[in-house]
Design a protein around this ligand. Structure first.
Ligand SMILES: Nc1ncnc2c1ncn2[C@@H]1O[C@H](COP(=O)(O)OP(=O)(O)OP(=O)(O)O)[C@@H](O)[C@H]1O
Length: 305
């Protein structure tokens, strides 16, 4: 990207027709993507879809075979000293100084970035590691190490943060805590690009998501718009004891009816009408509704539904 193309610096990441192959495998197969500054962008997709390769290209850790990559107006593959401190990078396999304590490790990272040591205590607090600050990295649990990896990506207060499955090994409470950390970072104007397999989380946190399949981004929008453009269907769960499957299939609006355990699952395009009929035929006691989620859209797009 030329300097005049984005004079206000409103773009954090700009990729044009980026490609990367490993032998015959097209891991990234022509991705064009713009992430504006301040956006929380989620990259979703099944194992092997090319997410990590794409993020590592943005981070400058891998060189694309073709296409152009601009990150904060720079080419990340050049590893320019003026760019690196502006990026925060947490990878799936973070390198640690394993013989140091969590605090010493983070102090070392902070020193490498030339950051004042006070940032260490605050960052340990932010990721919930204060109580384990004096534990050797070797002795931290998987989830605690993951938090330290995230802390290492945040300690120098970068403008653009890349996180690769940051919540993968976290317990539910730690996951929720990290959501708040990420929301606060976004609130402070940072740009976040992250990969996840947690669809509920992406729906909750991301301004936009890209769904990657076989090296290409097959859907790119806000979670809300992807859901709205998705099936448009609602699921109604009715106790099977009160609604025979044959009857369920004849109700207005019902696309499909199946039995799941002791419930009949109705997929309906017209939930109001179907629900009114269910009320007449079976009553509403124990009836549950489930609207479409990002997960339903994802499963449809990735062909796993
Ligand atoms: N260094 C490499 N050498 C050869 N093949 C590779 C290499 N790195 C990745 N691949 C292949 O490229 C494809 C994309 O891998 P990548 O790790 O980018 O996917 P991913 O979407 O991040 O997957 P996951 O969700 O499992 O982390 C896969 O088929 C993978 O096996």
């Amino acid at each position: 990207m030329s300097p005049t193309a984005d004079p206000a610096g409103a773009t954090a990441v700009e990729l044009t027709d980026v490609r990367k192959s490993y032998g015959a495998k097209h891991a990234v197969d022509g991705v064009t993507l713009t992430v504006p500054r301040g956006e929380f962008f989620g990259l979703l997709g099944p194992n092997g879809a090319g997410k990590t390769t794409l993020v590592e290209i943005m981070e400058g850790l891998r060189k694309p075979d073709a296409g152009t990559v601009s990150v904060l107006g720079h080419q990340p593959a050049r590893r320019e000293k003026s760019l690196l401190p502006r990026l925060g990078v947490q990878t799936q396999s973070s390198a640690f100084f394993v013989r140091l304590t969590a605090r010493e490790h983070l102090e070392t990272v902070a020193a490498l970035y030339g950051v004042a040591p006070d940032a260490v205590g605050t960052t340990l607090e932010t990721v919930g590691l204060t109580a384990h600050a004096e534990v050797r990295v070797d002795d931290l649990s998987g989830g605690q190490r993951q938090r330290l990896a995230i802390a290492s990506a945040l300690v120098h207060e970068p403008e653009l943060i890349f996180l690769d499955e940051p919540t993968a090994a976290l317990d539910p409470q730690a996951r929720r805590d990290l959501w708040q950390v990420l929301r606060d970072l976004k609130g402070a104007g940072r740009t976040i690009v992250y990969t996840t397999h947690h669809l509920d989380e992406a729906q909750e946190l991301c301004d936009r998501v890209g769904i990657m399949v076989n090296g290409s981004i097959t859907a790119l929008d806000t979670p809300g718009r992807l859901i709205a453009a998705g099936t448009g269907n609602t699921r109604l769960l009715v106790p099977a004891a009160r609604l025979p499957l044959d009857t369920a299939r004849t109700l207005p609006g019902v696309e499909t009816a199946t039995v799941d355990g002791d419930m009949v699952v109705l997929v309906t395009t017209d939930s109001g009408t179907t629900l009114a009929e269910v009320a007449k035929v079976a009553g509403l006691e124990g009836v549950q509704t489930r609207t479409v989620s990002l997960e339903d859209v994802y499963l449809q797009l990735t062909g796993t539904a």
